[in-house]
Design a protein around this ligand. Structure first.
Ligand code: DAT
Ligand code: MG
Length: 145
């Protein structure tokens, strides 16, 4: 085990359009809260492509990039800031692997998502992957916080 006395972190969590369409917002929030993390901010929005291009800048040029931006702008999403010790890696663990077929049962993606033959994987949630990403992504969705 590492970092058992680490400081409280904040992470950016998104319920993607597939999660909102399928009525899974409550289920995702419930898992975050049941784990013991604090939801510190929350908003419902339909993200425009400029915002998503900033958020997903690291993936520009990938084969799934354009489908990803199309998918993420296809309907409302829920953006949240969650707080807690090691919440960045903790939420990544709650979310499960990117590929929903490989995501372990018990995780959000493992329990609630599957491959469907689309060019972009639809896997219900996004979670920041590092302290630097979290700070950058929180500013995109919550410029005042
Ligand atoms: P994660 O969301 O687990 O951090 P990522 O940042 O590598 O994964 O990719 C962002 C999203 O893009 C991911 O949630 C689903 C989609 N994606 C990633 N790799 C993909 C691939 N090889 N084929 C299709 N979609 C992919
Ligand atoms: Mg990522």
């Amino acid at each position: 085990m590492s970092n058992t006395s680490s400081p409280i972190e904040r992470t950016l969590i998104l319920v993607k359009p597939d999660g909102v369409r399928r009525g899974l917002v409550g289920e995702v929030i419930s898992r975050i809260e049941s784990k013991g993390y604090n939801v510190a901010a929350l908003r419902l929005l339909t993200a425009d492509k400029d915002l998503l291009a900033t958020h997903y800048a690291e993936h520009r040029g990938e084969a799934f990039y354009e489908p990803l931006i199309e998918f993420m702008s296809s309907g409302p999403i829920v953006a949240m800031i969650a707080e807690g010790q090691r919440v960045i890696e903790g939420f990544r663990s709650l979310a499960g692997a990117t590929d929903p077929t490989l995501a372990l049962p018990g995780s959000i993606r493992g329990d609630l998502a599957r491959n469907q033959g689309t060019k972009v994987v639809q896997n219900i949630v996004h979670g920041s992957d590092s302290v630097e990403s979290a700070q950058r992504e929180i500013k995109i969705f919550f410029p005042n916080l």
